[in-house]
Design a protein around this ligand. Structure first.
Ligand code: 5GP
Ligand code: ZN
Length: 146
């Protein structure tokens, strides 16, 4: 199995609450979410830093992040907004060196603050939460192909 935890998840060798996958990316819930539904999108091809990421792979990561954000707003999570965040390098708080995009769901008045949120993280019923996001993605697909 890969020594990189996100490669291991992408390859199916390590557990994660998956919400989405395609040929280029895998998306799963963050193990220590800042908010319910906090999702990570990772490219299947390992890239430690942003500078290592093939731009086509980066486009696929962003495309999936945008889609998951839209799905969250249509899911029972009923989000009002999203922070898409990519921490590149230790100086920017990167801790897992397989580039990833955080999809952080937001609600009006939720008072989430990135700094404090990073300290006060707890899981929120990950299997149910992942299922809600997958249902939002299905809803999105049926909107697009009625
Ligand atoms: P970074 O600080 O590198 O931008 O974010 C890394 C994120 O990965 C953190 O939010 C952390 O909670 C999450 N994380 C670290 N290890 C694992 C893991 O094994 N599984 C999952 N699902 N998330 C992880
Ligand atoms: Zn990796």
């Amino acid at each position: 199995m890969s020594s990189c935890v996100f490669c291991a998840i992408a390859e199916g060798g390590a557990p994660a609450s998956r919400v989405y996958e395609d040929d280029d990316v895998v998306a799963f819930l963050d193990i220590r979410p800042i908010a319910r539904g906090h999702t990570l999108v990772v490219p299947r091809i390992h890239a430690a830093r942003l500078e290592d990421l093939d731009p086509a792979s980066g486009a696929a990561v962003f495309r999936a992040g945008q889609r998951i954000a839209r799905a969250m707003s249509r899911s029972e999570l009923a989000t009002d907004g999203t922070n898409l965040v990519l921490n590149d390098g230790r100086a920017a708080f990167q801790t897992v060196f397989h580039t990833h995009l955080h999809v952080l769901p937001r609600w009006t008045g939720d008072r989430v603050r990135m700094g404090i949120g990073l300290l006060r993280r707890r899981p929120h019923d990950p299997e149910t939460t992942a299922a809600l996001i997958r249902a939002g993605l299905d809803r999105l697909t049926s909107e697009e192909h009625p």
